[in-house]
Design a protein around this ligand. Sequence first.
Ligand SMILES: Cc1cc2nc3c(=O)[nH]c(=O)nc-3n(C[C@H](O)[C@H](O)[C@H](O)COP(=O)(O)O)c2cc1C
Length: 336
Amino acid sequence: MSAKPLAPGARRFSTAPMMDWSDRHCRRFWRALTRHSLLYTEMVTTGALIHGDRQRFLAYNDEEHPLALQLGGSLPEELAQCARFAEELGYDEVNLNVGCPSDRVQNNMIGACLMAHPQLVRDCLAAMRDACDIDVTVKHRIGIDDQDSYEHLRDFVGVVQESGVTTFIVHARTAILAGLSPKENREIPPLRYALVHRLKLDFPQLEIILNGGLKTHEECEQQLQHLDGVMLGREAYHNPSVLMSADQRYFGSDHSSDTSIEGRKQAIRSLYPYIEQQLQQGAVLHHISRHMLGLFNGEKGARLFRRHLSEQAHKRTSGIEVMEEALALVSEPQPA
Ligand SMILES: Cc1cc2nc3c(=O)[nH]c(=O)nc-3n(C[C@H](O)[C@H](O)[C@H](O)COP(=O)(O)O)c2cc1C
């Protein structure tokens, strides 16, 4: 597989790396809703790739491109090795996680705690760049604990860019490393978009992608007036129909996707060959359908759709017919 950098503008709209959520089934589903948005995997640690079942951790479906692998780690030589794996397997980008605040990863020097060690982050990214020809990027917070001033952020980026990395994905919240759970760390520290805008003014040559709290296309488009791209996490997961207009809005596609209820049902039906194949290989319907529960949010029958899947899809015997039964519970709004 020959590596080539992503085209300019490929990161205007992306979905966030999310452990347990943005797995390959989820990404395959999202790909039925948006052709061009850049998708990120869950974080995979270098230890898991080097000592664990690498094939399993790195497996994906060809349809998922453009696709970025997110790594967690802090040893330059291990990250370099894993960046090579990413390239060999045809990923379009490899990203380093410097934003995750969980205790488990802090103990291994992974994630947001690395913001206190900009030189190490620089060396990790430089080693990754040396090891592969695909794009290397970094995702980080605006600060950690009391190191949360703009000057800290500017100095961090100033050092890290010496690695040659030019794409910075910034989750616009400080991470509180002691005292808040990862979930609280996505909710409690305030969003400070202005700091990210300032970063772009100070580093105009860098590609700066904003992440955190974005829900609507109006918000995204407003941010794109200041920044190079936006990344959606929880909203993409809980309300995946938001992905259906991304191609037209951000990637100049002239194909308008059908966001009607019927259009959304068709998107799910287009996955039936994939679902059948996965079931034959031992997956349970729930592994795939759990990511679809929000597709009809707010529509008539959405609750019944979710309930039917939640009750039926975990059974080993459940197949496409359960999906069809669930879809039949959602109906088009009646004209007034
Ligand atoms: C369930 C879950 C798992 C996450 N796992 C990761 C991860 O593996 N790597 C990472 O960089 N961020 C992870 N995040 C953080 C998201 O990538 C994103 O930065 C955060 O949710 C803020 O964006 P949002 O407001 O659009 O959701 C996770 C978030 C959630 C909700």
